[in-house]
Each structure stands twice: as C-alpha cells, then as structure tokens.
Design a binder for this molecule. Structure first.
Ligand SMILES: *Cc1c(COP(=O)(O)O)cnc(C)c1O
Length: 362
C-alpha cells in the first residue's frame, strides 16, 4: 500500500435499479462501473496523482504517443463474488508481475506489483455493487492498462505515462451450455516471432490478429490458431487463449512459453492437472501431431483457456483445403478442470493453492 489514492465519488452514479438490470444480463465489455482509477508517471515525479474519479471520457491531445506508435500494455482479470457476499480476485499478483514484464518489453516504467493490486482493489471496493452474484458464472471483468500519454510525435519511450483501471460486469462466456469451438488454422498470418512481443500483453498483438480472425469467421470458424513464425509448423495459441492437448494415456501437452502469452489460467491448469495425477509437458507440438493425433484417437481432448472463457473445449480444426473433425462435446477432463478452477474462483472449493485474494469482506 504505497499509493496515496484520492477518491472523488461520482455525483451521478447509476441507480440501484439500473445496476440490477445490467447485472441480469451484463454481456461482455459494454457496461462500465461508476468510477475509474488513474495514476500518472513522469521522470521527475515517478508515479503520482493516484485517483479514483467518476468514469468518463478522457481528454487527449491528438499527438499523444499511444495513438501513433502503440506503446500500450494491458491486463485482464476478474473479481468474483462468493456466496457470503465477499469479493475476491484470482492471483492478482500474477497479473501485476506480468504487466511489469510487458512494461519492460514496451519500454515503460514499471508499476510496483503492490501498487497495481492496491489500485485494482481500491476500484473494486468503490464499485463493489457492480460485482454480480457468482451464480451463473458472472463476474466483474477488470481492465488495467498503461498508455504513452506524452504529447510528442518523435519516436521514443514516453516521458509521460498513464496507468488506468476500468471495470465492466461480465456474464457467463457460454450461454446455453459449453460448446466446442471450431478453429481456423491460419497459414498466412503469424502472431509473434523470436524477439517480438508475443509474450507481452499489448494491443499491437491484438491489432495484428484481427485480419486472421476475419479469415476464420469467413470460413465459419470461431477463433484462429497461430503457428510459430520460424517454421510455420508448431502450434502457438489462439488470438487470446492458450492451448491444451490431452492424450489417451492421460498425459497433457501445452505449447512452451517464449513467443506465446504466459496465461495465468494456463499456469493454474498445469497445477490442477498435476494434482490430479496427470503429467504435463510444456513443449513444442506440431500441427501435424495435432491433426494426426485427433484423427488416430491418440489425442482425446483439445481445449483453450484464458480469463474470459476460463476453459473452452475445441472441436473441429479447419484449414485451407481440409479439416479434422473433433468431438462435438466437451471432453471429461476439460470439464473436470474447468469445474475445479471455477469452483476455486467462486469459493465453492478449497483454495489449496492459495490463489484467491480477498478484496472486500462482504
Ligand atoms: C490474456 C491472454 C491469454 C490468456 O491469459 P490469462 O492470464 O489466462 O487470461 C492468452 N493469450 C493471449 C494472447 C492473451 O492476451
């Protein structure tokens, strides 16, 4: 707790009735809470002027560096309401440390992980009535982000940086049952190469994924799979989710880190699977191993994971000229791991890994 946060409360917060109505069916990323958190950085002052203010538009100079050179990094996390009314986040220091790593890659100053967590906790506490009941897997999605706010068109690491946190209630990712995704294998576009930004959570990676996602949609697929840049042969990840493969003998493979985003869900699943007696290999897995494994039955389940969807089964893999049809139902281990994770997040299972962080009492 090193930030000195001032709070100016909104004079026109949403009414209780409006909030309740939004929380019935919050969707994703369209409704925002009454407040936002901001802290700024300059060389002279370091991080300063931490504040919670009413949520609203930013006034920005058109020459702000982020608008031109994409010096930006963000995080995605959730606050969960437990049955007793208390509010918790999941491994927030992992998000904070990842933002510090992304900051290094994007030549930003680092925000101390303690300050990051303090900022998130403070905003959630102020806007706690926006955290939905945990039933139906609703949550408050939290979006911390850092931008180059310096007004300057020269190319250099920004001398003025702004870190903000906003929050948005989120409904269950799957409405009407958990259904496997159909994936499109892009052979044209890649995500990140050695030395690139693949491991940083930055808007640029998403900007570069959009055209591939369009290609996926045009082919009737839900999401796109990226292969490695060097050989165009090894599975990396989806636009915003990591991947897992379950083999008939019970062992599990997930692509190794380096050029992929180091998902916190991905890392939790390694622990959950190992606790259940599965051996987990972090290694390269080629697209041929996937295609042939599913066709021969050696790979029995494929799933993707990330904060938004938690764990989502993968069915068919399609590419230019062919497809391998996967299961039309979620596999048993996919569902078991998903349930185990969700139960910890919503306080229905013992938090034996110490992953949960309490934000409010009730
Ligand atoms: C955020 C993200 C993920 C998932 O990470 P989690 O910490 O599990 O939410 C996976 N891939 C990419 C590219 C991401 O940006």
């Amino acid at each position: 707790m090193t930030l000195d946060i001032t709070t100016s409360a909104s004079e026109s917060p949403r009414s209780e009735a409006e909030v309740s109505e939004i929380l019935v069916n919050p969707g994703f990323g369209t409704h925002f809470t009454d407040h936002m958190f901001t802290v700024e950085w300059t060389h002279e002052k370091g991080w300063h002027d931490a504040r919670i203010t009413p949520y609203g538009p930013l006034s920005m100079d058109p020459a702000s560096a982020v608008l031109h050179y994409a010096q930006e990094t963000f995080e995605g996390m959730k606050a969960y309401r437990h049955e007793d009314g208390s509010i918790w986040s999941f491994r927030p220091y992992e998000n904070a440390k990842r933002m510090a790593r992304s900051s290094h890659r994007l030549a930003f100053p680092v925000l101390d992980p303690e300050d990051f967590v303090q900022a998130v906790d403070a905003l959630v506490a102020v806007d706690q009535r926006w955290v939905p009941e945990g039933t139906g897997e609703k949550s408050l999605y939290i979006r911390p982000f850092m931008i180059a706010s310096e007004v300057f068109l020269g190319v250099r690491p920004a001398q003025h940086v702004t870190f903000m946190v906003i929050a948005s209630p989120a409904g269950a990712y799957f409405k009407g049952g958990i259904k496997p995704l159909t994936l499109w294998l892009t052979e044209e576009y890649t995500r990140a190469g050695r030395g690139g930004m693949g491991a940083a959570k930055t808007g640029g990676n998403y900007a570069s994924s959009l055209v591939a996602q369009q290609e996926a949609t045009a082919h009737g697929c839900d999401q796109v799979v990226f292969l490695d840049v060097a050989e165009g042969k090894y599975v990396e990840e989806l636009g915003g989710m990591n991947m897992y493969f379950v083999y008939a003998d019970g062992h599990i493979v997930t692509p190794e880190t380096g050029t992929i985003l180091e998902g916190i869900t991905r890392s939790a699943i390694i622990d959950l699977a190992q606790k259940r007696g599965h051996s987990v290999e972090e290694r390269k897995i080629s697209i041929d191993e996937w295609r042939e494994g599913v066709a021969s039955g050696e790979i029995t389940e494929v799933f993707a994971c990330g904060t938004a969807a938690v764990v989502t089964p993968v069915g068919t893999l399609r590419w230019d000229g062919g497809e391998v049809a996967g299961s039309t139902e979620a596999g048993p281990l996919t569902l078991e791991i998903r349930q185990a994770l969700v139960d910890i997040q919503y306080g229905r299972a013992d938090d034996s890994f110490g992953w949960m962080h309490r934000i409010t009492e009730r």
